[in-house]
Design a protein around this ligand. Structure first.
Ligand code: 4AD
Ligand code: MG
Length: 465
C-alpha cells in the first residue's frame, strides 16, 4: 500500500495499484445500487479523483453515507480504469476512515459556486476552492520558473533588506517601522525624536530592493532579488496591493536595449513554463472565468511574437490620435493610466508593448538622463489584460548628474552616501527592472482582481488574517 497523491492516482499508470489517499471530500453522491461516489481532492491538482465506496464497507451506513463536503478522510483502495467519460481512473475503496468532519450547517464552502468577494471574507478557507487552489499552484510554478530562469542565465539571488532607511522610488509611500510608543513619543523641538527610536533614525518597510541590488550587481555582475515590498499608497484599485512581491534583476554593463531583451525573454519563459506545467489549471481559468475565452490565444500571442518597442512620445501620439475619450487626460508629460496602457497593448498593438524614454519629471531620480535632457532611460512593459507589469530603467552612472537629479526631486544626496559610492568607485553602465508577481499571475490566469491572486491581501483598510 503506497501513500500517493490524487494527482498520481488520476494517472493511467496507477491502474492496478493498492494505494492510500488522504484529502478532503468535495462531494458525496449515493447511488441507488447501494454504493456511494466520493469526489476526493488533496490540492495536488485541479481535478478530483472519484472514489467508489461499496455498500459492503463495515462503516458504510454509519460513516460513508454521512460524509460531508469539507470532511477530511483517509481512503485505502485499488486504482481502477474508469468507465466514466473524462477521467482515466477511479479508486475502489476497501477502507474509508473519517478523520475530521465538517458540519454542513456551518461550513461556509458548500458545493455551490461562491463569488470572489464572498471568498475574500473567508481567505483562510478559499485555498480549498478550485480557483484558489489553481492560483496557489500557478504562483508556485511562476516562482520556480523565475529562480530557474535566472539561475540558468548566471544570475545570483540576493536577499535585500525588508527594513530600510532609503526611499527607493522617492514617492514617499512608505510604512514606518518604529518601536516608539505613539502615546508618549520622545520629542525635540516639538517633533518626534527618531534618534531615540530602535534604529536611531527613521526606518521603513522597503518599497523596492533595487538600491541594495545595485550594490551587488556592481560586484557580482548579474543579480536578482525576489521578496515582499510594501507601499502605503492609498490606491484602491484591482491592480494595487499594499504588500506585494517583486522580482528585481540588476545587471552591470547592461544598457536599456539589453534590459528590454532580458525582460522579454524572461516573460516569455514564465509564460511558456505556465503553459507546460499548469495546463489543467489554465484550462480551468479559460473555461470558468468571465471574459477569459481568449486566454490561450493571448498567451500564445505573447510567446510567438516580438514585443513592440515604442517611445513614450510615440505612445502619447498614438493615444492622442486614437479618437478615444479618456477618463484621465492624455498629454506629453502626464503619467499614463491603466486605461492608456491597456489601450496600447490590447487594442492598438494587440501584443505586449515596451514603452521607453519617459519624461524625467515622471520617473525616480536613479534613471539615466537622455541627451535631450527631457527624458530618462525608463522602460515599462505593458501587457494585455493588465497594463504595466514591469517597470525598469538604465541607471544614471554619472555621480554629478545623479546628485542633481536627487536635489531636483527633493532628496538629500547626503542621505544616500553609500549609493553614490557605487558611482564614485568603479561606476559602470547598468540596468534593471522590477516584475510584479501578482500582476504576472493576473496576466497568466485572466483573474480580474489582484486581491484574488495573493494568499492574504493587504489593502487600505484591510489586514485580516
Ligand atoms: O515600476 P515600479 O515602481 O518599479 C520599481 O519599484 C523599480 N525599483 C524596479 C526596478 O527597476 N528594479 O514597480 C515594479 C512593478 C510594477 O511594474 C508592477 O508590476 C509592480 O511592481 N507593482 C505593484 N504591484 C502590486 N501592487 C502595487 N502597489 C504595485 N506597485 C508596483
Ligand atoms: Mg512603475
Amino acid at each position: 500500500m503506497d501513500k500517493i497523491s490524487v494527482a498520481d492516482a488520476r494517472k493511467a499508470e496507477a491502474v492496478g495499484r493498492q494505494v492510500r489517499l488522504q484529502g478532503w471530500v468535495r462531494t458525496r453522491r449515493d447511488s441507488k445500487g447501494g454504493f456511494s461516489f466520493i469526489e476526493l481532492n488533496d490540492g495536488s491538482c485541479q481535478g478530483n479523483v472519484q472514489v467508489v465506496a461499496p455498500g459492503e464497507l463495515a462503516n458504510y451506513e454509519a460513516v460513508v453515507k454521512h460524509l460531508h463536503t469539507g470532511a477530511s478522510v483517509r481512503i485505502d483502495g485499488e486504482v481502477k480504469a474508469s468507465p466514466a467519460k473524462g477521467q482515466s481512473t477511479e479508486v475502489l475503496a476497501s477502507n474509508v476512515e473519517l478523520i475530521g468532519d465538517a458540519d454542513s450547517e456551518t461550513y461556509q464552502l458548500q458545493k455551490k459556486g461562491h463569488s470572489f468577494e464572498f471568498l475574500r471574507g473567508i481567505a483562510h478557507l478559499r485555498p480549498r476552492t478550485n480557483t484558489f487552489g489553481a492560483i496557489a499552484r500557478l504562483r508556485h510554478q511562476v516562482s520556480m520558473s523565475i529562480h530557474q530562469f535566472f539561475h540558468e542565465h548566471g544570475f545570483y539571488y540576493v536577499h535585500t533588506p525588508v527594513i530600510t532607511a532609503s526611499d527607493c522610488e522617492g514617492a514617499g509611500a512608505m510604512f514606518r517601522v518604529s518601536t516608539i510608543d505613539p502615546a508618549e513619543p520622545p520629542k525635540v523641538d516639538g517633533k518626534v525624536d527618531y534618534t531615540k527610536d530602535f534604529f536611531g533614525k527613521p526606518a521603513y518597510l522597503t518599497v523596492s530592493g533595487q538600491l541594495q541590488g545595485e550594490a551587488f550587481a556592481c560586484a557580482l555582475g548579474k543579480i536578482y532579488t525576489f521578496g515582499p515590498t510594501f507601499r502605503a499608497e492609498n490606491s484602491n484599485t484591482p491592480r494595487h496591493l499594499a504588500e506585494f512581491w517583486m522580482i528585481e534583476p540588476e545587471m552591470a554593463f547592461y544598457e536599456l536595449t539589453d534590459n528590454m531583451d532580458l525582460a522579454e525573454a524572461f516573460l516569455k519563459r514564465i509564460t511558456s513554463d505556465a503553459l507546460k506545467f499548469c495546463m489543467e489549471d489554465l484550462k480551468f481559468f479559460a473555461e470558468k472565468l468571465e471574459n477569459n475565452k481568449e486566454l490561450f490565444a493571448k498567451l500564445e500571442n505573447v510567446l510567438n511574437n516580438p514585443f513592440k518597442r515604442v517611445s513614450y512620445t510615440e505612445g502619447v501620439d498614438i493615444l492622442l490620435k486614437s479618437g478615444k475619450k479618456w477618463e484621465y487626460p492624455v498629454a506629453w508629460g502626464n503619467d499614463l493610466q491603466s486605461e492608456h496602457e491597456r489601450y496600447l497593448a490590447e487594442q492598438h498593438f494587440k501584443c505586449p508593448v515596451i514603452l521607453y524614454d519617459y519624461p524625467r519629471t515622471l520617473k525616480p531620480f536613479y534613471m539615466k538622463v537622455n541627451d535631450d535632457q527631457k527624458t530618462v532611460r525608463a522602460m515599462d512593459v505593458l501587457v494585455p489584460g493588465v497594463g504595466e507589469i514591469i517597470g525598469g530603467s538604465q541607471r544614471e552612472e554619472k555621480l554629478d548628474v545623479l546628485e542633481s537629479r536627487m536635489r531636483e526631486q527633493g532628496l538629500e544626496p547626503e542621505g544616500y552616501g553609500w549609493y553614490l559610492d557605487l558611482r564614485r568607485y568603479g561606476t559602470v553602465p547598468h540596468s534593471g527592472f522590477g516584475l510584479g508577481l501578482e500582476r504576472t499571475i493576473l496576466f497568466l490566469s485572466g483573474m480580474a482582481n489582484i486581491r484574488d491572486v495573493i494568499p492574504f491581501p493587504r489593502t487600505p483598510g484591510n489586514a485580516e488574517y
